[in-house]
Design a binder for this molecule. Structure first.
Ligand code: URA
Length: 210
C-alpha cells in the first residue's frame, strides 16, 4: 500500500533546515504520550537536511536520551562501521531519525499509541527532507509502514513501493547484528553488508542522474 505524503515545498537546504528546526521546537515541548515524563531529551535527528537517504530507526536508547542524538550508542557505532565500509557518509548522505523521539523505559518496543502520537513528527521529517531513499531500520520502523505481517529477514534487501517517488528498503537493525557476530555468507551481518552495497549503488545512480 502506498502512503500519502503531504508535500512541503522546501527547495533549498536552508529552507529544509528552518522547517525542521521549527518542527523540532514543537517536538521538544511534546506531551502527546506518557514518554515525556521519563525522557531526558527528545531525540529528533542527526545528519543532513539535504541528504538523499533517510534512515528511520526504532527509538532512542539510553545514550541517545542522554545526548539528544540518534544512534550514538553501541548499535549506532556498529551502524557507523557498516556505513563506512559501504562508502556511505553518515553526516552528508544520511538524515537519521527514529519512529518515536523519546526513549521508552527499559528500551521496550514502542507501543502503537506512542507511535501514533509521534507519527506527525516522522511524517513531517519525511516531507521536509524529501529523501530519494528511505531505509526502515529494523522491524519497528518497517512495521510503521508495512501493514501485513512479515519477518524482517524476509523483506529486508528488497526495494518496496511505499511512497511515490521514494525508494524504500527495510534493513536489519544494528542491535540485532550486535547479537549475531558471524560474517559467513548468508549471515545477518553478511546480508547487511550486501544491502548497504546495494543502497550505495542506488545512491550513486541517483547522484549521477542529477
Ligand atoms: N536504536 C534505535 O533504533 N535508534 C537509536 O537512536 C538508537 C538505537
Amino acid at each position: 500500500m502506498e502512503h500519502l505524503l503531504t508535500k512541503i515545498s522546501c527547495s533549498t537546504t536552508e529552507e529544509k533546515e528552518k522547517a525542521l528546526k521549527e518542527l523540532q521546537n514543537v517536538c521538544t515541548q511534546c506531551k502527546a504520550c506518557e514518554l515525556y515524563k521519563t525522557r531526558t531529551s527528545t531525540v529528533f535527528s542527526d545528519g543532513s537536511a539535504s541528504a538523499r537517504i533517510m534512515l528511520i530507526g526504532e527509538a532512542p536508547g539510553a545514550d541517545e536520551d542522554a545526548t539528544g542524538t540518534p544512534f550514538v550508542g553501541r548499535a549506532g557505532q556498529l551502524l557507523n562501521t557498516f556505513l563506512e565500509e559501504a562508502g556511505i557518509d553518515r553526516k552528508k548522505d544520511l538524515y537519521i531519525c527514529n519512529t518515536i523521539k523519546c526513549r521508552p523505559p527499559q528500551n521496550r518496543v514502542p507501543t502503537n499509541e506512542e507511535k501514533a502520537a509521534c507519527q506527525a513528527y516522522l511524517m513531517g521529517q519525511i516531507s521536509i527532507v524529501n529523501p530519494k531513499i528511505i531505509l526502515l531500520c529494523g522491524s519497528t520502523a518497517a512495521n510503521s509502514f508495512i501493514d501485513q505481517d512479515f519477518k524482517i529477514s524476509q523483506i529486508r534487501g528488497k526495494w518496496l513501493n511505499i511512497f511515490e517517488n521514494i525508494e524504500v528498503m527495510a534493513i536489519f537493525h544494528p542491535s540485532y547484528l550486535l547479537r549475531n557476530h558471524s560474517l559467513e555468507q548468508g549471515s545477518p551481518r553478511w546480508l547487511m553488508k550486501k544491502d548497504l552495497e546495494n543502497i550505495k549503488n542506488k545512491l550513486d545512480e541517483i547522484k549521477s542522474n542529477i
